[in-house]
Design a protein around this ligand. Sequence first.
Ligand code: PSU
Ligand code: MN
Length: 308
Amino acid sequence: MRDTADPILQQSDEVAEALAAGAPVVALESTIISHGLPQPRNLEVARELEGIVREAGAVPATIAVLDGVARVGLDEAELERVATEPGLRKLGQRDLPVAAALKASGATTVSATSFLAARAGIRIFATGGLGGVHRGWTQDQDESADLDTLARTRITVVCAGVKSILDVPATLQRLETRGVTVAGYRTDTFPGFYLHSSGEPIDWRIESPEQAAAIMRGQDSFGGQESALIVANPVPVDRQLDPVLHDRVLAEALAAAEREGVTGQAITPFLLGYLVRGTGGASLEANLAAVRGNTALAALIALRWAER
Ligand code: PSU
Ligand code: MN
């Protein structure tokens, strides 16, 4: 573990060397591992995602906070801690100084991971689905901090859109208002996380990792607000969750959350967990197919980006 000049984070030797050499690096988040996927599958997946990045010729940097230290690049034992430690917290960007001060450990969401990755000099990040505007926003104003961070962080996030548990049209509107660039990867509609398509149109379609890297260069040339690029990469149709099953179990999950009074940080893990059980594991397979595809595409974009 290398003490970088930055007092707020530590990079693994492998990540620090790759960044110093200008080699391709892909950031991976940890909340999906600790809170988004069931044990023991989550640890296998964490390893598998790192393997996908390596196979493509890039270096994976899984990000988490351990004993108050923000870590960029985890070794095997640290990855295992993230997957198995009971009561590990879920940290958004705003929680990072608190975790540091109190020497707490936690998994990082898209917001915290994007912040730390950008701060470390990593430009590309892969996840499953972003957080966004929750259904019922007019009641509770629950909008993921992911959107705010992406509006002011220069990072490229490869994802299967936003989680389908959310209000997808409202989230797309917020991304537009906040100035976050969105491009569909070989699709004209915004992906639906577990589903190939959410049915919502998107303005821009790209066909290749080269085009993604070219947009990123464009973002830097045009300057202005330091916002993100979302590369929206759908799960393949033959790997998606059956849309009828999806809609039925999601309606049950939303009703159960309301009945049980689940709110705040707990709502996303609750709904994802409900869907896994309610679909007999089929939602988990669709989620994993999406994350794998996003990770592979992120690695290809990182390779093109490193050619600068
Ligand atoms: N993608 C997945 N599963 C997940 C997440 C993303 O396939 O569990 C996590 C991300 O860490 C994202 C978080 O930032 O869900 C959103 O949480 P919230 O809605 O509380 O902001
Ligand atoms: Mn929330």
